[in-house]
Design a protein around this ligand. Structure first.
Ligand code: NDP
Ligand code: MG
Length: 386
């Protein structure tokens, strides 16, 4: 029996996680669930899974949840960022799904690492911001890190067993998002709803915009660097519009191993929940004979300049990836609120990186200082563009 905390339970990954968990009540017990503001959704999850704790990061939402659950279930409702760290490190929990979006996930995911948990990592921003420190904590406390991001879960499945070696390259696949063929001039005026209409994946709005700019792939290159201890030179990106091949590992003998499946996050979630065993995820089997032909092409960096920014940030090191991530979060939020054009997302991030070169990230304080400075500059650039 695995005992779970799900951080970001009310989001796209959280909901898919609970879908897989509900298929195997004999294997999983939900001990704690956390959301930010979606009271009704967390309330329904509490009534269904009867966790010991529920956290709403937002205080008013926590109060509303308390009232909504009163007299119906024994779940204790907590609130605030500190409570997120608390439920990530509970003694009675062995597995933590880290599925908060953005920098807000860093501290609770680190708390899970310091408590030596088995971490199912969806929150890629945590690794982008502070990969070195994060991996250090994972090792120091004997935590187990299992990637949920479909590409990294695929790479993990294709990697050699310990000591075998022989890897030449990691090949991350990318769908190219909804604007792969949109004329460049039209990209100036695309709307948030168009950007969030991903052709293959149904995801939260922030990562959907990241997929449309391909910053998502850039963040994933940095994520792969830390997860698989691989330099930028040995990580390549290939566009694969069908999202059937989730990523590949190339070996020195010329072998290329790929992991395939229908694009449904329940596959990597079930893989990580059950690892090293396997579990029925509810995903329909892949039928290659009737699926569209698989195509591959190199990414176009004029169309997707954010991908280059991420490669450059990884090479620059220090706090630069944290600056990149923070500027991106601010720019994407402004785009989603109709305060910034789609192509200006890149301008904001590039301008922020230019203003804040070469900062150190030797401590978590320095990471959060860089994060705060970057948010400040990004907001100023957005103000100046408006
Ligand atoms: P969603 O936007 O759907 O969900 C985000 C979750 O985080 C929600 O539960 C939300 O709460 C919670 N949250 C937001 N802000 C805070 C905060 N300040 N404190 C605590 N909780 C907060 O995102 P996704 O599920 O799509 O993505 C989650 C993570 O997984 C991201 O890092 C993303 O990059 C990664 N990922 C997602 C994939 C996908 O298919 N969706 C694929 C690969 C990676 P509430 O809704 O209650 O406000
Ligand atoms: Mg991914």
């Amino acid at each position: 029996m695995r005992r779970l905390t799900v951080l970001g339970a009310t989001g796209s990954i959280g909901v898919s996680t609970l879908d897989v968990v509900a298929r195997h009540p004999e294997r999983f017990q939900v001990v704690a669930l956390a959301g930010h503001r979606q009271v009704e959704r967390l309330a329904e999850q509490c009534l269904r899974f009867e966790p010991r704790y529920a956290v709403m990061a937002d205080d008013a939402a926590a109060q509303a949840l308390r009232e909504r659950l009163r007299g119906q279930v024994a779940t204790e409702v907590l609130s605030g960022a500190g409570a997120l760290e608390q439920i990530a490190a509970l003694d009675e929990v062995d597995t933590v799904m880290a599925a908060i979006v953005g920098a807000a996930g860093l501290r609770p995911t680190l708390a899970a690492a310091r408590a030596g948990k088995r971490i199912l990592l969806a929150n890629k921003e945590a690794l982008v911001m502070s990969g070195g420190l994060f991996m250090q904590e994972v090792r120091a406390h004997g935590a187990t890190l299992l990637p949920i991001d479909s590409e990294h879960n695929a790479v993990f499945q294709c990697m050699p067993t310990a000591g075998q070696g022989g890897v030449r390259r990691i090949l991350l696949t990318a769908s190219g998002g909804p604007f792969r063929r949109t004329p460049l001039a039209e990209l100036e005026t695309v709307t948030p709803d168009q950007a969030c209409a991903h052709p293959n994946w149904d995801m939260g709005r922030k990562i959907s915009v990241d997929s449309a700019t391909m910053m998502n792939k850039g963040l994933e290159v940095i994520e792969a660097h830390w997860l698989f201890d691989t330099p930028a030179e040995r990580i390549d990106v290939v566009i694969h519009p069908q999202s059937i091949v989730h990523s590949m590992v190339e070996y020195v003998d010329g072998s290329v191993l790929a992991q395939m499946g229908n694009p449904d996050m329940r596959t990597p979630i079930a893989h990580a929940l059950a690892w090293p065993e396997r579990l029925d995820s509810g995903v329909s089997p892949l039928d290659l004979a009737t699926s569209p032909a698989l195509a591959f092409e190199p990414p176009d960096l004029d169309r997707f300049p954010c991908l280059q920014l991420a490669f450059d940030a990884l090479r620059a090191g220090g706090a630069t990836p944290a600056v990149l991530n923070a500027a991106n979060e601010v720019a994407v939020a402004a785009f989603l609120e109709h305060r910034l054009g789609f192509r200006a997302i890149h301008r904001v991030i590039a301008g922020t990186l230019h203003a804040l070169p070469h900062r150190s990230a030797a401590s978590l304080d320095e990471v959060f200082e860089a994060d705060a400075a970057a948010r400040d500059i990004a907001r100023r650039i957005i103000g100046a563009l408006a």
